[in-house]
Ligand binder design. Structure first.
Ligand code: ATP
Length: 427
């Protein structure tokens, strides 16, 4: 798979309503993308799968939905005002701009021209709150969701009567003024994160780090992502972010190379200690079993919704002799079942619509009566719909339909009454 595959995926996304360039009628805006009907559904399903794995299937994690705009001191305390920078260089010849770490030396990777000295560039978007644009009213769009969790640590601890270890999970938008956004939705300036911060006793941090590392890899495997295309990358001392004592990335093998889709960090007591220092508020935990007070250590798992979605699309994309098929896991596929009357007469559309109405109570259904049946199947294969139901003349006499499965195109004959239970347990 090469970059031509990326081109095909980008074009499929636009054509079929997964992802459009943002503000397209005005010529688009670099690095911003809009999710169309199918993209919005896929994104929702991915977020739901993450949210359920964190807050439903376990009983040690609470959810949170914090404000995007926060007190500016948050970003002082977190180190983002002073340290959330990338070094950028410009090519003196072709004028292109690069992140310093994308260039291997003094020369432009595009044209070989000479590069300028590196300048530091803060990635946070600044804006103003209130009517007066002055220094004191400067605020930031959050570049990560994590800080909303740290500043609410005491609130969640008290209101949900938790004991350590426990976690707080959040899904939400984050903004970074990336120097060189590229590779479709891989690097955007506005994106979404799914982050969970797990608060632990300092002496158990290592153990929890290992537990979460495995858990998070398993989540991608459970989404149906090919194991061979997933790997861990351990950060060397030079790569470690300022807040972490240990970090692993989960990487996926995209057509443009192995790249990070999620970061797993041991953040020690860095965050709570700093927020305590800057806010003057006590952020210690009292352990009533030992009578000791301490600042909890934090294991962070930080995934990008958009990168998870791109991973699902790239991993699912397949070309066969006479069809393109997205082999999306039924769990996340936007449409679960297509319903097709074989022909537009003899009571078949009515019978098919009745089945659609019944199944709609359980799943996202697409009804289609136009064109040849082969064409209708292929259109659904291309957007990843795992099942197709065809209503034919026999349906009218014995209440059975054919159910076609996207991946092997095999068909079985089922009773209408059995359809919903058959499908629900396969989603
Ligand atoms: P990169 O090195 O690719 O810039 P990062 O190490 O800065 O990523 P983190 O700060 O660890 O990323 O953010 C956690 C997750 O958020 C990433 O693994 C990724 O999935 C997502 N993410 C970060 N930046 C972006 C972006 N610009 N566009 C889309 N997703 C992003």
């Amino acid at each position: 798979m090469g970059n031509d595959v990326m081109g095909k995926i980008v074009s499929l996304c636009k054509r079929r309503g997964y992802v459009y360039p943002s503000s397209e009628i005005y010529g688009g805006i670099n690095s911003c993308w809009d999710y169309g009907p199918l993209g919005a559904e896929l994104k929702k399903n991915i977020k739901e799968s993450w949210w359920e794995s964190m807050t439903y299937y376990r009983d040690d994690i609470e959810g949170l939905d914090a404000s995007i705009i926060m007190h500016p001191m948050v970003w002082k305390a977190s180190g983002h005002v002073d340290g959330f920078t990338d070094a950028m260089v410009d090519c003196k010849k072709c004028k292109l701009r690069f992140r310093m770490d994308e260039t291997s030396g003094k020369l432009c990777p595009e044209c070989g021209g000479e590069l300028t000295e590196a300048r530091l560039f803060n990635l946070m978007f600044k804006t103003h709150i209130g009517a007066v644009e002055e220094e004191a009213s400067t605020i930031y769009l959050r570049p990560e969701t994590a800080q909303g969790i740290y500043v609410n640590f005491q609130n969640v601890l008290t209101s949900s009567r938790r004991k350590i270890p426990f976690g707080i999970a959040q899904i939400g938008k984050a903004f970074r003024n990336e120097i060189t956004p590229k590779n479709f939705i891989f690097r955007m300036r506005e994106f979404e994160q799914m982050e969970m911060q797990y608060f632990v006793k300092p002496e158990t941090a290592e153990e929890w780090f290992e537990t979460w590392r495995k858990e998070r890899m398993q989540w991608y495997i459970d989404l149906g992502i090919k194991e061979d295309s997933l790997r861990f990358h351990k950060h060397t001392k030079d790569e470690l972010p300022h807040y972490a004592s240990k970090a692993y990335d989960i990487q996926y093998q995209f057509p443009f190379g192995w790249e990070e889709i999620e970061g797993i960090h041991n953040r020690t007591d860095y965050d709570l200690k700093n927020h305590s220092k800057f806010s003057g508020k006590e952020l210690e935990y009292f352990d009533d079993s030992t009578g000791k007070r301490f600042i909890p250590h934090i294991i962070e798992v930080s995934a990008g919704v958009d990168r998870a979605l791109l991973t699902c699309l790239v991993d699912a994309y397949d070309e066969e002799e006479d069809r393109v098929v997205l082999r999306l896991s039924p769990k996340v596929a936007p449409i679960k079942v297509g319903i097709f009357p074989l022909v537009k007469r003899d009571g078949m559309p009515e019978a098919a619509k009745k089945i659609a109405k019944e199944l709609r109570r359980h799943m996202k259904v697409f009804y289609d009566e136009g064109g040849s049946i082969g064409r209708r199947y292929r259109r659904q294969d291309e957007v990843g719909t795992p099942f197709g139901i065809t209503v034919d003349a026999q349906t009218i006499t014995d209440d059975t339909v054919t159910l076609r499965s996207r991946d092997d195109m095999k068909q079985v004959r089922l009773k209408i009454a059995e359809l919903s239970s058959y499908l629900v347990c396969r989603l």
